[in-house]
Design a protein around this ligand. Structure first.
Ligand code: SF4
Length: 382
């Protein structure tokens, strides 16, 4: 068994259509393009294994994200996973997650996930209001989402999660509360990610922002507190600013990112972090497939993460987490004391106002501080 640990991310860039707020790279699903892409992902993995001796690592988490991984057919998914995971040292308690959208989830896909060893599914529900779903350009109805979340096959997965968005055009605090209430009536949810809508230029929402009936700041604050109180009422702990989980149901894959553990991202637009270097693959699926077919790594850019960048990232990410910043780990990864990297006056202020708490060796953000976590991180940076 290897002591070197690695997480694996596989990007599936296919979607049934484009949601009106989405600025991720995605393309419409087309079976033969998907077949060529999956072969390229397998070839990229072989290329990276041969160049970086990745077989010496034990795989701790595997995460299929997108795009829409559940849009793949069962045979495409089985082919990809069997080729990627063969001859690897897989941790006995490896977390294996797949992002699903309700409209493309079926019982036969659930079976192919289970056969491949998947133990965690996360559903892009976003809302259970049909008006909000339609405005957002989602492809499922609330009825379909609820049908899927009640599927008997979900019982066989260790963990089921959902994503929601708040701050959608026309959404009210009351309708958000109804969405959460109906979600928590379903039997399997152990994890919730709740993101405030971001309007990105270049998306339909970005182009029509001025005409959108967006909730104001007071509405957003109320929605955020509804998410927190509903999750608390259903025993989901807020372990990161946007993520809530029942005991033992945190997403270990995301925690690996936040802990600066090493990971390889395969597929177009995927990011990786290995040997203090971060890189991203090319976005364009055609260029990605073409590079890999020529045995060329499909890399768009790479950067060395120096101690200063590491310190900044640890502060920014740590203040967003219930676990805070471990000053011993901070010193191990940056070579510096936490207190020497931050504005001491600001730190004293945050401690005296109760926005931060020091519980050796952890610098923690209080519940009130979570409201200002990003601004506090900016203030603390020297
Ligand atoms: S399903 Fe997800 S990735 Fe695809 S367009 Fe919608 S938000 Fe973007």
């Amino acid at each position: 068994m290897s002591t070197n640990k690695l997480s694996l991310y596989i990007h599936i860039p296919f979607c049934a259509g484009k949601c009106h707020y989405c600025d991720f790279y995605s393309v419409r699903y087309e079976p033969s393009l998907a077949d060529r892409y999956l072969q390229a992902v397998i070839d990229e993995w072989e290329l990276r294994i041969s160049q970086s001796d990745l077989r010496k690592y034990q795989i701790e988490t595997v995460y299929f994200g997108g795009g829409t991984p559940s849009i793949l057919t069962p045979s495409q998914f089985s082919f990809l996973t069997s080729q990627l995971l063969k001859n690897l040292d897989l941790s006995p308690d490896m977390e294996f997650s797949v992002e699903c959208n309700p409209e493309s989830f079926t019982e036969s896909k659930a079976k192919s996930f289970l056969d491949a060893g998947v133990n965690r599914l996360t559903f892009g529900v976003q809302s259970l209001s049909n008006i909000e779903l339609s405005i957002a350009g989602r492809k499922h109805s609330s009825e379909k989402a609820l049908e899927v979340l009640n599927s008997p096959s979900l019982y066989y997965f260790k963990s089921i999660g959902t994503d929601i968005i708040y701050g959608l055009p026309g959404q009210s605090a009351k309708s958000l509360k109804t969405t959460l209430g109906n979600l928590f009536l379903t039997p399997y949810i152990k994890h919730l990610s709740a993101y405030e809508l971001t309007i990105n230029p270049g998306t339909p929402f970005g182009r029509h922002e001025k005409r959108l009936p967006l909730p104001d700041e007071d509405d957003l604050a109320e929605m955020s507190s509804i998410v927190i109180s509903e999750c608390r009422a259903h025993n989901l702990e807020r372990y990161e600013i946007s993520n809530f989980a029942a005991t033992s149901h945190r997403c270990s894959h995301n925690e690996a990112y936040w802990d600066h553990k090493e990971y390889i991202g395969l597929g177009c637009a995927a990011h990786s972090y290995l040997n203090q270097t971060r890189w991203a693959n090319k976005h364009n699926i055609g260029e990605y497939i073409s590079d890999v077919s020529l045995n060329v790594l499909p890399q768009a850019w790479s950067e060395k993460i120096d101690n200063e960048t590491m310190a900044r990232e640890m502060i920014f990410l740590g203040l967003r987490r219930a676990d805070g910043i471990n000053e011993e780990r901070f010193k191990m990864l940056t070579g510096k004391e936490f207190t020497s990297c931050v504005d001491s006056e600001k730190l004293r202020l945050f401690l005296s106002t109760g926005r931060m708490i020091y519980r050796k060796p952890f610098w923690l953000t209080s519940e009130e501080g979570m409201l200002y976590a990003d601004a506090m991180a900016r203030d603390l940076f020297l």
